[in-house]
Design a protein around this ligand. Structure first.
Ligand code: EPZ
Length: 434
């Protein structure tokens, strides 16, 4: 099994280029099947989640071609319309975003049969808001044998949907189902994340009529058909944030390129508050730190609040900062599973329900760690880079789902990290780096 071996203690310095946004890509790739024409999508991050979704899209009968490592052509015109629109394989069951095929296939063919979503174990993660939206548009749904959900409709008719909870996935899924519906759909209390706006912009470039994405009211006027398009996905806010925090935690100086600084404001504000220094340019940010950081309080919130996907990375940093910090996780109830791992490194964190009380320590010591999920895994990498001595991180398959060439990018910044597959490779690396 692959794992990372990391020798901590180096300040990260240099430049890193951020890939396309995973969570925007997942919505956009699914959306591409809404037209029979070819869509060319650029800046697709080359990560496990996008590859799994693309394989599932291909299995529906769509034509999927990689033009290069980050550019994909999808043509939904080869999908056979009928009752066999099934999205299921061993891998799609492990990711969350397979559910976007529900909205996309329902929108186009009025029928979808999709494996129930998996994804990181960070909480209950129900899909009631997705199904509620589909029902209001006129669809029926049921969970069928084999852990699949079938959604179908004779007609999809525009409607008014109020979301009880702000949900990224449900907002995107309802947009996908509503763009070809008859009449007007309004989504109230919609999610406002940058990837919502990116999916809406992509759909609009296909000829959809979506207004208000990025605000809490999205208005969609159904159109009869969508056309092919060429589109480039926005940079990944969370990959960028992860490298920003990594620079701060290691007392480094890193220029993070290909970002939209506006999307990073909540992260920049917290880093400035704890004593790092963030400079914004047009499409890059520089993060500098002398390693002496202070405590703060953080509450995760839907965008533009502090993202839950950055909570573990900040916690790792605050656990090395002077004073007591409090983190309140208000989106997912199971997002503190990294705390047990950090304790092996000497961190002092007490979790009570959705709150973590962090008492900063001077340093971490290297340890053998297990990545509990994607962002927590990235956070443990930051901890290991900041620690004294060697650490290993197992279960990195979670990290590979969302970060492209994570170890390569860290090495280019001077971090000492290697992905190894067996004991011999690990020993070789340890001997090489001393
Ligand atoms: C998306 O998950 C992201 N995943 C997550 O990214 C991210 O953490 C999350 O949004 C929040 O920003 C993808 O985009 C593939 P939600 P999603 O629906 O859509 C509740 C990462 O690390 N809810 O916005 O599943 C839910 O329980 C990941 O890249 C319902 O109650 O999240 C949660 O409390 C992990 N009913 C809240 O809403 C529903 O039907 C927000 O969840 C749906 C959600």
């Amino acid at each position: 099994m692959e794992k990372y071996v990391i020798k901590g203690g180096n300040r990260l310095e240099g430049e890193v280029t951020i890939a396309g946004a995973k969570n925007a890509a997942l919505g956009i790739l699914a959306a591409a099947v809404l037209t029979d024409e070819e869509c060319i999508i650029e800046n697709v991050p080359s990560v496990k989640d996008t590859r799994v979704l693309l394989a599932a899209i291909e299995n529906t009968g769509a034509t999927v071609k990689y033009i290069d490592n980050h550019t994909v052509s999808i043509c939904g015109g080869t999908i056979q319309n009928g009752q066999e629109l099934t999205v299921d394989d061993e891998n799609i069951r492990k990711i969350r975003a397979g559910y976007y095929m529900l909205g996309a296939l329902l929108g186009k063919y009025h029928y979808a049969n999709v494996a129930l979503p998996g994804g990181c174990d960070i909480g209950a993660r129900p899909i009631d808001l997705h199904t509620k939206g589909f029902e209001l548009l006129g669809a029926q749904w049921e969970i069928v044998k084999g852990g699949k959900i079938v959604v179908q409709a004779d007609r999809l008719i525009g409607t008014h949907i109020y979301m009880d909870t702000v949900s990224v996935g449900a907002t995107i899924n309802i947009m996908l189902a509503a763009v070809l519906a008859e009449g007007k759909t309004t989504i109230e209390n919609a999610a406002k994340e940058p990837h919502i706006v990116d999916v809406a912009n992509f759909l609009n470039s296909m000829g959809a009529n979506i207004k208000g994405a990025g605000t809490d009211v999205i208005r969609i006027r159904g159109v009869e058909r969508l056309k092919g398009t060429e589109y480039s996905i926005i940079p990944d806010q969370i990959e960028a944030g992860t490298f920003m925090v990594m620079a701060a935690a290691t007392g480094g100086n890193v220029l993070i390129k290909n970002v939209i600084p506006k999307h990073l404001e909540a992260i920049s504000a917290k880093l400035n508050e704890i004593g790092a220094h963030v400079i914004e340019y047009d499409d890059s940010v520089r993060v500098m730190s002398d390693g002496r950081l202070k405590s703060t309080h953080i509450k995760t919130l839907p965008y533009p609040g502090f993202p839950t996907d950055m909570q573990p990375q900040m916690a790792v940093t605050l656990a090395l900062s002077e004073g007591t910090s409090v983190i309140t996780e208000s989106i997912f109830e199971n997002r503190f599973r990294y705390v047990r791992e950090l304790e092996h490194m000497g961190a002092r964190i007490r979790v009570d329900g959705n709150t973590a009380m962090i008492t900063g320590v001077e340093s971490y010591k290297g340890a053998n760690l297990i990545a509990p999920d994607l962002r927590a895994g990235a956070a443990l990498v930051i901890a290991a880079l900041s620690a004294d001595g060697f650490s290993t991180i197992e279960d990195i398959r979670y990290i590979l789902r969302g970060y492209e060439d994570f170890d390569g990018k860290i090495r280019a910044l001077g971090g000492i990290i290697e992905m190894v597959d067996n004991e011999r490779e690990e020993q070789k690396f340890r001997l090489k780096v001393g």
